[in-house]
Design a protein around this ligand. Sequence first.
Ligand SMILES: [Zn+2]
Length: 298
Amino acid sequence: MIHPPRIRFPTRHPLVAVLTVLIAVVLFPGVTHRDPSPGVAHRDPPGSGAPTGRVAQPEKRMLAAVHRAPGVPSGAGVPSGAGESSGAGESSGAGESSGAGMWAGVTERGRPPEAAIAWRRSRAVGKPNHGRLLGGVELPAAGTLFVTVDPVTGTSPNRAWRRYGTDRLLRVLLRVAEEHAAAHPGAARLVIGDLSRPHGGRFGPEYGGDGHRSHQNGLDADVYYPRRDGLERVPRRVGQVDRRLAQELVNRFVRAGAQYVFVGPRTGLRGPAKVVMTLANHDDHLHVRIRPGTGVRR
Ligand SMILES: [Zn+2]
């Protein structure tokens, strides 16, 4: 669904897919080797407070290599059912099953953080600006496809208690991050800010910074726009925003079924009128809100 197939196969039998991957690895061993060369543009400079940036870099490159590997059938490594199949997540163990396929090439150094997410079924109670979160799932501090940033301190990663959302919100974030990485191999990972507190509830200025009026029931997430210089950091000015990549992100969240995507008035970002809206203080990040559960509710 994400990657159009480049080669047609006579059958979609899973065994064929597995054998094809094995053959591809034998024939193209380069795709499984880490590239030790330094100088990746989007690494954070030393001392920037982003301890995870360097660790996952080779893994991400490998992921990109796997996506490009000749002979790998589309769908062999792409997770499914992130956004739309709400409620199906827990039973299918999407974190486990899809993760195994998605990161099949990067597990030799252990499971990536995304694969260790403690999935469970969550429930968003009340409203985003007056609610709470049951069964919230913690987004890891960083992963193969994303980093987190604490908006109060400006450092990475974000504190754990600011990283809880519904299982469905996390799946939407991971799916968009995966699509983004697949479309732009080697690009900076998604930079994710606040979600909700572990049990939701107020997330106002008493928790640091300007606080949030919403972000109370696990349906909201802040995602910083990609920077033109490729750094995995918060853009300081709207001029630092890569508008093309930012617009792509907006589009991906819309396609993933977001109820709203709030963007800054100076960003020039746009989308369907009832979904993508401009809001003050969103010139450095977008705010995505997903619908609660399966119901359509306002
Ligand atoms: Zn927000």
